[in-house]
Design a protein around this ligand. Structure first.
Ligand SMILES: Nc1ncnc2c1ncn2[C@@H]1O[C@H](COP(=O)(O)OP(=O)(O)OP(=O)(O)O)[C@@H](O)[C@H]1O
Length: 322
């Protein structure tokens, strides 16, 4: 069976600027795809095209087998889309807005009330339902947008920075909500928050200057870090030099880095492996031979922020059309 979301050769030019450049990917039911990239990389433009809100210069997007431009009604029934920013009806109250969205979606009577009620409950809007949208804080506006996207329980969710502007508790709630829905839907979220990707995404796609530059599980991406399988130990500042000396030159160790300033009376000393190999055993032996017993020792999975920086800063600024 075809993937729930199929994107092929999607391209968007704004005058001389290539905002999105030949992006292809598929997303299956059960996947939460984290869409990552620096400001201006092309995330929002790609999501708008997948949602059918912006016509591509070239390429196609299909949801559940339906072309987003040729079959807009079939697509809109299956799609919940949270655009960037706030809902566009600032004068309406939250309740009136969601009720109106439900009626546009074709629900009436008890079913309409039940759907609005459920969407408001899922996004914790209970306290503000009689507020005009324009009077709400940024976090509440995001949640009204999210409620609107969830109302018809669509199979595909495209959420442009769903946790932007939320406080830490609200972020946690929205992540929980997304994870709870994940098994039945295909979900794309864009985010700048790498911990969000590790927390809820099954897959991460990185876009830079309009191009896809990485696609894999968060763990696989983190494994590309020079910190993958690095061993970090915490020792008293007096043992810092001895620990560094013991680890330097060890087989399989590419570099040794250490903190200058103690935290809670200890400094971290890290051995970074050559080509991601496991060095824990030899690090333990080398420290024991130097009579150093660290207060803590751990093996790192890799640092997504470092991988992200490396991938997205490789080739400079915006691209222009030839
Ligand atoms: N309507 C438009 N007209 C002209 N240029 C545009 C338009 N929309 C987007 N762009 C340009 O396309 C590029 C990609 O923008 P886009 O908003 O998709 O990036 P983004 O990855 O979502 O960024 P952010 O993380 O800041 O939201 C940017 O250079 C932007 O200035």
């Amino acid at each position: 069976m075809a993937a729930m979301i199929e994107v092929e050769g999607l391209t968007k030019r704004f005058g001389p600027v290539i905002a999105v450049d030949d992006v292809s990917m598929t997303v299956e039911r059960g996947e939460v795809l984290g869409f990552l990239g620096p400001n201006g990389a092309g995330k929002s433009t790609t999501m708008k095209m997948i949602a059918g809100f912006l016509t591509p210069t070239a390429g196609t997007a299909r949801l559940a087998g339906h072309d987003v431009l040729a079959e807009p009604l079939a697509v809109k029934r299956r799609l919940g889309y949270l655009p960037e920013g706030a809902p566009t009806y600032p004068d309406m109250t939250v309740l009136a807005f969601l009720d109106w969205v439900a009626s546009v979606r074709g629900f009436s009577g008890a079913e309409r009330r039940a759907r609005v009620e459920r969407a408001m409950r899922a996004t914790s809007l209970g306290d503000v339902i009689y507020y005009p949208i324009e009077a709400l804080s940024k976090g509440f506006k995001r949640r009204v947008g999210l409620a609107q996207a969830l109302l018809h329980d669509p199979e595909v969710l495209i959420l442009d920075e769903p946790t932007d502007g939320l406080d830490p508790n609200q972020k946690h709630e929205v992540r929980r909500l997304i994870s709870a829905m994940a098994s039945e839907k295909a979900i794309i979220i864009s985010t700048h928050i790498l911990e969000e990707v590790e927390a809820i995404c099954t897959r991460a796609v990185v876009i830079a200057r309009g191009r896809l530059v990485a696609d894999g599980s968060p763990a696989a991406l983190a494994a590309r870090s020079r910190w993958h399988n690095a061993v970090t130990v915490r020792v008293p500042p007096g043992q810092r030099a001895a620990a560094m000396a013991a680890l330097r030159g060890l087989a399989g160790v590419a570099a040794v880095e250490a903190e200058e300033t103690p935290i809670d009376g200890l400094v971290s000393v890290s051995a970074l492996p050559a080509s991601g190999q496991s060095i824990e055993v030899s690090v333990r032996q080398a420290l024991a031979a130097a009579s150093i017993s660290p207060a803590e020792l751990w093996v790192e999975r890799g640092r997504l922020d470092e991988v992200f920086r490396t991938i997205t800063t490789a080739a400079g600024g915006l691209r222009e059309a030839a």
